[in-house]
Design a protein around this ligand. Structure first.
Ligand code: 2P0
Length: 319
């Protein structure tokens, strides 16, 4: 029975994705830019030909909702596919403050296409991963990746590409955990209510391309001051937009604001660093490697836990 195993790392967006121009195809309203992060990873094995469709996550049977999303993506790999068995596991806790859906769908599509004998280019894999979860489009690539908004109605040009690989820049991402519990509202639902009700949504969509261009240039130039300004602006604009929705989509906790203050005061002391936040209260700080331990110690004074992550490689087959 054809079997393949793939590994992928999660990623954190520096210029954010929030909102969809097509919900069925999972097409974004704005382009985004991210850093793929090691050593955390998802490992997924796909057996192409099984007695029944079956999915196991970290040793437990997947919920009906989890399985539905995964098998819908496998239908796109091959609409005449046989029954398939999927075994997947993360080597990082679900409460680590990183989206396991980004590494999860990237590893899934790579393993599935290999097991099915349908090799695809990284861009085609990125399109497939996007259908499972938008941020997964970026985890196909290592290092610094950009996910293009695209123009085509069928979404085939809305995929990620590599801006620079994981060796490009000696930085770390310090992840400060302020709440390990499940989120109050999923990204998908949060995006929908923002898009439908936030008066700031059109302004968010209009402002994003400029930030993306500035972010891309800052990454290429290894300019942490410039990238930091873009990162914080993109995160603040995304959160301001969702906070203005009805009902509000509000992920911040008091610790999140404390961490933002700590980053500003470190910068005033001459430590180059900048924060970002996603659909949760945790704060992620980009910093040159030489200062990562100092930032981790400072955030560790208040955060529940701190992880120090490094740029990771692309999704890859391991068996
Ligand atoms: C991002 N986030 O760019 C943004 C910033 C969270 C905040 O992508 O609906 O799981 O599956 O496409 O990718 C999280 O949302 O959402 C996310 P879907 P996804 O990383």
């Amino acid at each position: 029975m054809p079997t393949a195993t793939a590994i992928a790392h999660p990623n954190i967006a520096l210029c954010k994705y929030w909102g969809k121009r097509d919900r069925a195809l999972n097409l974004p309203s704005v382009g985004s830019l991210s850093l793929t992060l090691a050593p955390f990873s998802t490992t997924t094995t796909v057996e192409w030909g099984a007695a029944r469709d079956e999915m196991v996550i970290n040793g437990r049977e997947a919920s009906a909702e989890e399985a539905r999303k995964v098998f819908a993506v496998l239908d796109l790999v091959d609409s005449w596919r046989p029954k398939v068995r999927v075994l997947t596991g993360n080597d990082f806790p679900t409460a680590a403050g990183l989206a396991s859906s980004s590494s999860g769908f990237a590893a899934l599509v790579l393993a599935a296409c290999a097991a099915a004998g349908h090799p695809r280019t990284p861009e085609q894999l990125s399109v497939l991963a996007r259908r499972g979860s938008g941020s997964a489009a970026r985890s196909i690539f290592g290092g610094w990746a950009e996910w293009k908004v695209g123009e085509r109605a069928d979404g085939m040009d809305s995929h990620a590409f590599e801006i620079a690989n994981e060796a490009h820049w000696d930085v770390r991402m310090v992840v400060a955990i302020f709440d390990a519990g499940p989120k109050a509202i999923s990204s998908r639902d949060g995006m929908a209510v923002t898009q439908e009700t936030s008066p700031y949504y059109p302004a968010w969509v209009a402002s994003a391309p400029r930030d993306l261009a500035a972010g891309r240039a800052a990454v290429r130039n290894r300019d942490l001051d410039a990238l930091g300004q873009v990162m914080e602006r993109s995160a603040l604009r995304m959160h301001a937009c969702m906070m203005a929705a009805d009902p509000p989509v509000f992920y911040w906790k008091s610790g999140s604001v404390w961490a933002q203050d700590a980053v500003r005061s470190l910068r005033e002391r001459g430590i180059p660093c900048a924060w970002t936040m996603d659909a949760g209260p945790n704060v992620k700080v980009l910093v040159p490697t030489e200062h990562a331990e100092l930032v981790a110690r400072r955030l560790g004074a208040v955060a529940d836990r701190v992880h120090v992550l490094e740029p990771g490689g692309p999704a890859r087959l391991v068996g």
